[in-house]
Design a protein around this ligand. Sequence first.
Ligand SMILES: Cc1cc2nc3c(=O)[nH]c(=O)nc-3n(C[C@H](O)[C@H](O)[C@H](O)COP(=O)(O)O)c2cc1C
Length: 444
Amino acid sequence: MQGKHILLGVTGGIAAYKSADLVRRLIEQGAEVQVVMTRGAQQFVTTTTFQALSGRPVRTDLWDSAAEAAMGHIELARWADLVLIAPASADFIARLAHGLADDLLSTLCLATAAPLAVVPAMNQQMWSHAATQANVAVLARRGVQLLGPAVGDQACGEIGPGRMLEPLQIVAQVAALLPERGPLQGRRVLVTAGPTRECIDPVRFVSNRSSGKMGFAVAQAMREAGAEVVLVTGPVCLETPPGVRRVDVESSEQMHTAVQHELPGTAIFVGTAAVADYRPLACAEQKIKKRSDSLTLEMTRTTDVLAQVSACPAASRPFVVGFAAETQEVEQHAREKLLAKNLDLIAANEVGHTKAFDADENSLLILWRGGRLELPRASKLSLARSLTRLIIERLLSQPLAVGASVAAPAPSAVAVPSAVAAPSAVAASSAVAAPARATVTARN
Ligand SMILES: Cc1cc2nc3c(=O)[nH]c(=O)nc-3n(C[C@H](O)[C@H](O)[C@H](O)COP(=O)(O)O)c2cc1C
C-alpha cells in the first residue's frame, strides 16, 4: 500500500467512528488517505477528527468555491488509486446504484476511473430489505467490490447481518485490491470459469459439474501478480476475488460474446470454463410436457471459445492457456488439445467420480510445446499461483504479441519459485511437437 492514494468516503452511519481508526491503519500501511464526508457523516464524527488523523483537510462540499475553481472534484477523482466508502449507508448505496451525483462523494464515485470498494454498515433490517439487496446486486454486477458486512451484535441492539467489518479486516481486503507492483502489472488477463447452461425450455437446461473454483483461484493469483483481471463466469456460487472485475454469463453463446467483447488488449487468456460442447438445437418456448415415454433432444455444436481466442490474428493474439478435464488418458488427450487448438499452455486434470470438479484440491499436469510439469495435489489457489508463475515465465520467453504499448516487466521482477524454475522440474517431452516459435527457453 506504500504511496497508494486512498480516497476514503465516510457516510452517515453509526459506524463512522470506526473509520477514524481505519484512517490510522491505512496510513500505518503507507497509504495516503484523503477523507471525503457526506453531510450525514458529519452528524456522527467531526471533520476535525479525520483531518487530524489523515493530515489533510477533509472535503465535504461539492460547492466549495476554493477547490472547485480548479475542478477539485475531478482532481480528487483522478488522484485516487482506490475509492473506499466506509461506512456505506443504505442511503449512499442506493444513490450509488442509481448513479446520483448530488453531493461531493457521489459525484466523485461517478467521475473516478479508480476501483470502488464499499463497506456496508447498517441495521440488519435495512441490509436485508429488498431495496438494499437490489441496489447491492446492481453494484456487484458493475464490478464494485463489496467488503462485508459482518454478522453480529448491532449498535441498535439487534443481531444480524449489517455490521461494518473491523478496520483491520478492511485494511487486509484493501491490500488485496491494491496489489504491490507485480510481474503482471500493466497487463490485462482474461479468465473464464464455471459451467455454462444450455437452454432446453424455460425451466430446464443442460449443464456440467464445474464449480468455477479453479478459475476463481486463477483470477485471484493473476491479480496477486499485479494484473488487471476480468473474470467471465458461468453460474457459480463463489465470491469474486478482490480487485477482479466479474462478468456473469449463463450460456456458451453469452460466454463467447462476453469473451470477444473483453478480449481487445488482453495479454493472457486462461480458459478454465467448462463451456458446453453441444447445446439443444432449439430452446422450446414453453415447458416441454411429459407426453411420451422417451424424449430425443437434438444437439448442435457450440462455438469453441478457446479455439476462437487462439485463432486471433498474431498482432492481437494473447498468450492462450487452456484447461483439459479428462476422465481417461489425460496426458494424451490434453496434448492433442494443445496442438489442435494451437495453445501456448494446457493444464490437464482428471475429473469425474469426486475428482477435481467442486473439490477444493486438485493436481495438474501442465504441457506446452517442448515441456511438461506435474503439480502435485494442493489447494486450487496454490496450484493457480504455481500456474501463474509458470505462465509468466513462458510469456517472458516469447515475443510479446499483445500490448506493444505495455512495457515488459523486468525479468528480475519475476519471482519464479524453484519448483517451477528448476530445470529438473521441466522434462522436455519428445512426444510433444517441436517448438513452434523461434524463441524458446534454453531448457527446451
Ligand atoms: C442515530 C442514527 C444512526 C444511523 N445509523 C445508520 C447506519 O448505521 N447505517 C445507515 O445506513 N443509516 C444510518 N442512519 C440513517 C442515515 O444517517 C441517513 O439515511 C442519512 O440520510 C445518510 O446520509 P448519507 O448517506 O448521505 O451519509 C442513521 C441515522 C441516525 C439518526
